[in-house]
Design a protein around this ligand. Structure first.
Ligand code: ADP
Ligand code: MG
Length: 375
């Protein structure tokens, strides 16, 4: 396939022209997006080596319809010249290759900060294939969120704690403790506990940055030692806000989740049993995550209503969603705000993976009909 594309590159000249001629839109929200379940997609810039190889970008944001991506793919024709197949995907917010972390943060994530400070639950998931910019996006946002939480003049007597864990299949590791193995347990009350995971109190942004740096280092060294585990595991940064000035207030939680590479779920070329097992587990966890997000959005709308409808939230079906139990538990009474950031490499060679990513993102846009009695 790669060879087919590179030998037909000249047919892409018009795309290249279009890309250079048409500036991509600045951030403009899609009008019907709700901040409670915000589905975004970010295109990363082409890498230097992709540009050097003459590979063009082939995913663009529509200038008149920000929120909609056009993806172009070169296909074999039965006879004659290869043909271009185009498809379109729509999300709530789209970010082109020149949009900064600060802009994305302000536009899509910042609203979670006062929410979790006040005892709410907020999540940010980065989804996409390996190399699409998930870690880049999450680490940029982690720093900005920490700065806002600790230096943003938020009121109240609160304490902030951080933990960083990694999930591969049903195993879990503490990234703030030398990647020590920890267990995911359910206690007698049905709450998920991470036995052995360390949680650190943080009082200054520099402390948060030091923890992130330490965790990233462990994730990366393990990854090189053990055949790139980082693309085949989920990393979860959890920030917990303890509220001392409101009696009985529940803790606020902000989860920043760097998901396993979406291509790992399709890793079927391997004959290694361990790899096949991992691929299956990743597949399950990403598809369970999708069902949980969809189900929970519905459940949140139904909170406080008389309806007997029970949305389907299969959070017990994967270690990742079990750990995020209080995000997804349909029996829970807390609304959770989600932000999903689909990360996309626009390079022509990655087009089919990028289309899968955008398709997954589209499925996370849930439109729940208004129910009577909901504020
Ligand atoms: P992933 O975590 O999805 O595997 P990374 O975040 O590691 O991908 O990104 C892959 C490469 O692309 C890295 O070298 C990263 O620095 C670069 N990159 C990703 N997103 C951007 C961006 N928005 N701007 C500049 N470079 C980026
Ligand atoms: Mg990564």
């Amino acid at each position: 396939m790669e060879e087919f594309i590179t030998s037909n590159l000249d047919r892409y000249q018009w795309l290249l022209d279009r890309f250079t001629m048409q500036p991509q839109p600045k951030v403009t929200p899609n009008s019907d997006s709700s901040l409670d379940n915000l589905v975004c997609a970010r295109i990363r810039p082409l890498a230097e080596e992709e540009v050097a190889a003459g590979l063009p970008a082939s995913i663009f944001i529509r200038s008149r319809e920000p929120g909609t991506f056009d993806a172009h793919e070169l296909r074999h024709a039965v006879r004659g010249k290869p043909v271009l197949r185009s498809s379109a995907y729509t999300v709530d917010r789209s970010y082109g290759p020149d949009i900064s972390a600060e802009t994305i943060y302000e536009d899509a994530v910042q609203h979670l900060v006062p929410w979790v400070w006040g005892g709410g639950i907020g999540t940010l998931f980065a989804y996409g294939q390996t190399g699409s910019g998930k870690t880049f996006t999450i680490s940029g946002i982690e720093k900005l969120a920490a700065k806002d939480l600790l230096e943003g003049n938020l009121e109240g007597d609160r304490k902030m704690f951080i933990s960083m864990t990694e999930f591969a299949g049903n195993s879990a590791f503490d990234l703030l403790n030398g990647r020590r193995a920890i267990s995911v347990l359910e206690d007698a009350f049905g709450n998920t506990q991470l036995a052995g995971a360390l949680e650190h109190e943080v009082k200054a942004v520099s402390e948060v940055l030091a923890h992130i740096e330490y965790a990233t280092k462990f994730r990366l060294t393990e990854a090189t030692k053990r055949n790139d585990t980082s693309s085949r595991s989920h990393a979860v940064c959890r920030i917990r806000i303890e509220i001392h000035d409101i009696p009985g207030a529940e803790d606020g939680f902000l989860y920043l989740v760097d998901l396993a590479g979406s291509e790992a779920a399709r890793d079927r070329d391997t004959h290694e049993p361990q790899r096949m097992k991992e691929a299956k587990e990743i597949n399950v966890s990403l598809s369970v995550l999708k069902d949980c997000i969809r189900g929970k959005v519905e459940a949140d709308v139904l909170i406080g209503t008389q309806t007997k409808k029970k949305p389907y939230v299969p959070f017990r079906q994967s270690a990742l969603t079990k750990v995020l139990k209080h995000v997804f538990d349909p029996a829970g009474t807390r609304v959770c705000k989600n932000v999903i950031m689909a990360c996309v490499n626009p390079c022509l060679l990655d087009i089919s993976a990028s289309r899968n990513t955008l398709r997954y993102a589209e499925m996370l846009r849930v439109f729940v009909p208004q129910v009577k009695g909901v504020k």
